[in-house]
Design a protein around this ligand. Structure first.
Ligand SMILES: [Zn+2]
Ligand SMILES: [Zn+2]
Length: 96
């Protein structure tokens, strides 16, 4: 509900001019809408960002886990996963 900035009269939502003094009413409701929209947008972005960070953090944690608990190595020839103490690839026979 916009208030006239000149006389303070309460006017209708879509009033462009004050019914009492006739001065132009600044569309404060539009401004509020913009703020609401911005807040909503910002909230969505923040949520998106949070989700992305969470995903990245999980990926990072997973890769760290894989890195530190990895008991395997890859065959340089066929990329087969081998025990890290294997000397030869069980699949292609390549010395690793
Ligand atoms: Zn007025
Ligand atoms: Zn191999």
């Amino acid at each position: 509900m916009p208030y006239c900035s000149e006389c303070g009269k309460k006017n209708e939502d879509d009033a462009k001019y004050c019914t009492k003094c006739g001065s132009h009413i600044a569309k404060s409701s539009d401004f509020e809408k913009d703020i609401d929209q911005f807040a909503e947008e910002f909230g969505r972005k923040a949520e998106e960002f949070g989700k992305r960070m969470e995903k990245k953090a999980k990926e990072f944690a997973k890769s760290m886990e894989e890195h530190t608990t990895s008991k395997t190595k890859d065959c340089p020839e066929c990329k087969e996963e081998l025990d890290c103490d294997a000397n030869f690839c069980w699949k292609c026979g390549k010395e690793v």
